[in-house]
Design a protein around this ligand. Structure first.
Ligand code: DI6
Ligand code: FE
Length: 406
């Protein structure tokens, strides 16, 4: 069989449920790529004969799927280092938000930034993620909160995909905070549902719709209205739920058959089963927990017992998670939340793909999936969660193309 790329002599962490071994490991593996997808993957001893334009001896390095950061706010202007200082003097994140700082201070900076400015600052952060082997990134709007700026953010997110060899999945997060032009949440939610969402649906600018269901964000009822409209437009939904308090946002996601409920520090026991029943992903964001110095940990053991798929993401944003390192978030998920390194790696591959509705294309090394691949010179995949800034990929392929130096 003719293929475009043949990678021999590698250890495969397939993360596939079809391979019955930790990490879906195949020790003496071989992987063949044709037309940007994985044409064949498995044990070298079982491989058919291939002839290939390009062949690589992996020298027993580990090959994993491209990593997926399934929750970021990567496009924004400015930073919030001043608030960081205030918090260290004893002012809380919620107090800062109530005084018009927090998300709204990034909204002011983002509204004032041109498309080019947003693009160039996002490119810096995206390059950091890409350099760690991230080949798919979800990016939310939510720092515009008016039609023009929300659309600009989403256009910038789409443009990033043309500039960097990564897949971008965009999410509309209009219901992130109350913009200054509106007196109350209900009027703003009506504006989102009646004006912005129909436009986004038409222009195909977003792949999903998110809400900040929280005491300092939007109520369950307001979140439900947004979901109702999103579903009517055929857009999948997800939520920032149970981050700082328990409003029942995760159960609302389940009710609307959403892709994921994200954060979940305050998730109550009975809602774990509700998530499982709806096959929604629990997206864990340990960098926000770390940076806000939170104390309440998500109910990991209950999620694990119920077999709720757990993903791990950076939440990269200027307020609660100024981080552009998914490998660090994996480490934090283990140290702070008690995930195993295998759960952390599954959380940035197979489960992250599911959280983005991309499970058919990405997240595992299986024939037919996109050839987004990362080669690591490590002795074991647990090293990906173990070190902080110790490990970097030695090769990265995106859709079968070597993009190691992009
Ligand atoms: N939760 C978060 O972690 C981010 N948004 C949200 O709803 C933080 C947003 C920010 O502080 O700028
Ligand atoms: Fe977030």
């Amino acid at each position: 069989m003719h293929v475009d790329l043949l990678i021999r002599n590698v250890r495969l962490a397939t993360l596939s449920t079809k391979v019955d071994a930790p990490y879906g490991t195949i020790d003496e593996g071989l992987l063949a790529v044709k037309d940007g997808t994985i044409a064949w993957v498995g044990a070298a001893s079982e491989a058919p004969r291939f002839d290939s334009k390009v062949e690589l001896d992996g020298a027993k390095a580990w090959l994993t799927p491209g990593l997926i950061d399934c929750h970021t706010h990567l496009v924004f202007a400015g930073n919030r280092a001043d608030e960081f200082e205030k918090r260290l003097q004893g002012v809380s994140y919620e107090q800062i938000a109530k005084k018009g700082g927090g998300i709204l201070s990034t909204v002011r900076a983002t509204r004032a930034a041109s498309e080019e400015e947003l693009l160039s600052s996002a490119l810096v952060r995206l390059a950091r993620l890409q350099g760690e082997g991230v080949t798919t990134v979800e990016i939310k709007s939510g720092y515009g909160l008016d039609e023009e700026t929300e659309l600009r953010m989403l256009r910038v997110a789409r443009e990033l995909e043309r500039r960097v060899p990564v897949t971008i999945s965009t999410t509309f997060l209009g219901a992130h905070a109350l913009p200054p032009e509106f007196e109350n949440n209900d009027d703003y939610i009506d504006f989102i549902c009646e004006t912005i969402l129909p436009k986004l649906g038409k222009e195909k600018l977003c792949d999903a719709v998110d809400v900040f269901c929280e005491g300092i964000g939007f109520s369950l009822e307001q979140s439900g209205k947004v979901f109702e409209k999103a579903c009517a437009l055929g857009l999948p939904i997800k939520a920032h739920a149970e981050q700082l308090s328990d409003l029942g946002g995760a159960a609302l996601v389940a009710q609307y058959r959403g892709l994921s409920a994200d954060h979940l520090e305050y998730l109550k026991a009975e809602d774990v089963a509700v998530l499982k029943k709806a096959n929604a992903v629990a997206v864990l964001l340990p960098a926000a927990f770390y940076f806000l110095n939170e104390k309440q940990v998500p109910p990991i053991q209950a999620l694990r017992d119920a077999k709720v798929p757990m993903a791990v993401a950076t939440d990269c944003n200027p307020g609660s998670a100024p981080i552009a390192s998914l490998l660090t978030a994996m480490n934090q998920s283990c140290v702070l939340f008690g995930l195993t390194p295998e759960e952390a790696l599954t959380g940035v591959t197979r489960h992250a793909a599911q959280a983005l509705n991309l499970a058919n294309q990405k997240g595992v090394l299986e024939a037919g999936k996109d050839a987004d691949l990362v080669l690591w010179e490590i002795n074991h995949p647990n090293e990906l969660s173990y070190g902080i800034n110790l490990t970097k990929p030695s090769r990265i392929w995106f859709g079968g193309n070597d993009v190691s130096r992009s």
